[in-house]
Ligand binder design. Structure first.
Ligand code: ATP
Ligand code: MG
Length: 338
C-alpha cells in the first residue's frame, strides 16, 4: 500500500460528496507545511550556494551588481514555481490515479455481479425445468419398486434402488442451484458468531473426525453479536468450514477465530490444507468454478452474496501446500442489511 493510500484510505477522505472533514484539513495543512519547509531547505542549503557562486563568478564587480541581483531573484522565482508545479501536478496525478483505481475496481465488481446474475438465472431456469420431470421419475421408480417387490432375484431390485438414489442426488443438486439463484430476503435479528462457529463444528463433527482434523476455536470471550440473518449466515459459514475440511483430506488443523473490531464483527476460518495458487484465488467467487469431482462451485459465491448483502466483505488468503484463511467481516448494526 502506498503512502498516499494510507493517508487517504478507500473510505474516501477525498470524496467531495461527503464534504471536507477536519482530518482532511489537518492532513493537507501538515503536508503543505512539510513540503514548504522542504522546498525552502532544498533551495537555501543545496541549490542556492552553487547558483549564487556561479552568478558571482560570471558577473563580477560593482558594475554587475544589479544584473547579479536580477539573476538571483529570477533563479529563486524559477525554482519556487517549478517546485510548486511539480508538487501540485504530482498530487493531482495521485488523486486522479486513485479515482481511476476505484473506477476499475467498481467496473470489475459490476462485471462480476452481472456474470453471477446471468449464470444464476440460466442455471435456475435449467434446474427449474428439470425439477418436475425428476419428481415424476422418482414416483415412477418407487411405483416400479413396489411392483417388483418380492418378484425379482439376483439383486435386480437393487438396480431400482440405484435409480432412486441417482434421482435423489440430482434433485439435491437442482435444489442447491435454485437456492443459490433465489434472491435472499434478509430477516436480521441478534445473532452471535461464536454460537454459529460452535454449531458448524458440531454439525461437521463426523467429517472432521473422518479426515483426522484437529480443531481449534479461538473465540472472543464476549459475544460477537449483531443484527444478522441467521439461516443465510449459518449456511454461508457452513460452506466455508466445509471447504476448509475438504481441503484437508489428509488431516490438518482447522482454526476458527472470532472478534469485534469497532463496529465490525469478524470471523476467520483457517486451514492447513492444499491451499490455492494466486490465480485460483481470483476465480473462487465465480459460480460453478470447482476443482472437486462432486462439487458444484457454489459455496464461495453463495457466501460472498450473503456477506455482501449484509454490507460486509469476505477476503481469502491462500498459499499452495500451506493452507487457506478466509475472513468475513460484518457490520454489527445490520444497518446495511436489506
Ligand atoms: N479452504 C480452501 N482450500 C483450498 N481450496 C479451496 C478452499 N475453499 C475453496 N477452495 C477452492 O475453491 C473452489 C470453489 O469453492 P466452492 O465452495 O465455491 O465450490 P465447491 O466446494 O467446489 O463446491 P460446492 O458447491 O459443493 O461448495 C473449490 O472447488 C476449491 O478449489
Ligand atoms: Mg464448497
Amino acid at each position: 500500500m502506498s503512502v498516499f493510500s494510507k493517508a487517504f484510505p478507500r473510505s474516501g477522505v477525498l470524496s467531495l460528496k461527503r464534504g471536507l472533514n477536519p482530518r482532511l484539513i489537518i492532513i493537507f495543512t501538515l503536508l503543505t507545511v512539510l513540503l514548504t519547509a522542504s522546498v525552502i531547505l532544498l533551495w537555501e542549503r543545496v541549490l542556492r550556494p552553487p547558483y549564487y557562486h556561479w552568478v558571482a563568478r560570471n558577473y563580477p564587480g560593482a558594475q554587475n551588481a544589479e544584473h547579479r541581483y536580477k539573476l538571483e531573484q529570477r533563479g529563486e522565482h524559477f525554482f519556487i514555481s517549478m517546485a510548486v508545479d511539480v508538487i501540485v501536478v504530482s498530487m493531482l496525478l495521485a488523486i486522479v490515479g486513485r479515482k481511476q483505481e476505484r473506477l476499475v475496481a467498481a467496473n470489475e465488481q459490476l462485471a462480476h455481479s452481472e456474470k453471477v446474475a446471468t449464470l444464476g438465472r440460466v442455471a435456475a431456469q435449467v434446474a427449474h425445468e428439470v425439477r418436475n420431470p425428476l419428481a415424476g421419475l422418482l414416483l415412477y421408480s418407487e411405483h416400479l419398486k413396489s411392483k417388483l417387490d418380492g418378484k425379482t432375484q439376483n439383486g435386480e431390485a437393487q438396480l431400482v434402488d440405484k435409480i432412486i438414489d441417482t434421482i435423489n442426488n440430482l434433485t439435491a443438486t437442482t435444489e442447491q442451484i435454485l437456492n443459490f439463484a433465489r434472491p435472499v430476503t434478509l430477516a436480521p435479528k441478534r445473532l452471535d458468531l461464536n454460537t454459529v462457529a460452535q454449531d458448524v463444528i458440531q454439525l461437521l463433527s463426523t467429517e472432521i473426525a473422518a479426515h483426522d482434523i484437529e480443531t481449534k476455536l479461538e473465540l472472543d470471550p464476549s459475544p460477537v453479536a449483531g443484527m444478522l440473518d441467521e439461516p443465510s449466515i449459518r449456511a454461508a459459514t457452513l460452506n466455508l468450514v466445509l471447504n476448509a475440511v475438504q481441503a484437508m483430506s489428509n488431516g490438518g488443523r482447522l482454526t476458527i477465530s472470532t472478534g469485534t473490531t469497532g463496529g465490525t464483527l469478524w470471523m476467520e476460518i483457517k486451514d492447513t490444507g492444499a491451499g490455492m495458487s494466486p490465480a485460483r484465488v481470483k476465480e473462487i467467487f465465480e459460480p460453478f468454478n470447482t476443482t472437486k469431482s462432486r462439487g458444484l462451485g457454489l459455496g464461495m459465491p453463495y457466501a460472498q452474496k450473503i456477506i455482501q448483502q449484509h454490507g460486509g466483505q469476505i477476503t481469502v488468503e491462500s498459499q499452495q501446500e500451506k493452507g487457506t484463511q478466509v475472513r468475513i467481516e460484518l457490520p454489527t448494526n445490520g444497518r446495511n442489511a436489506q
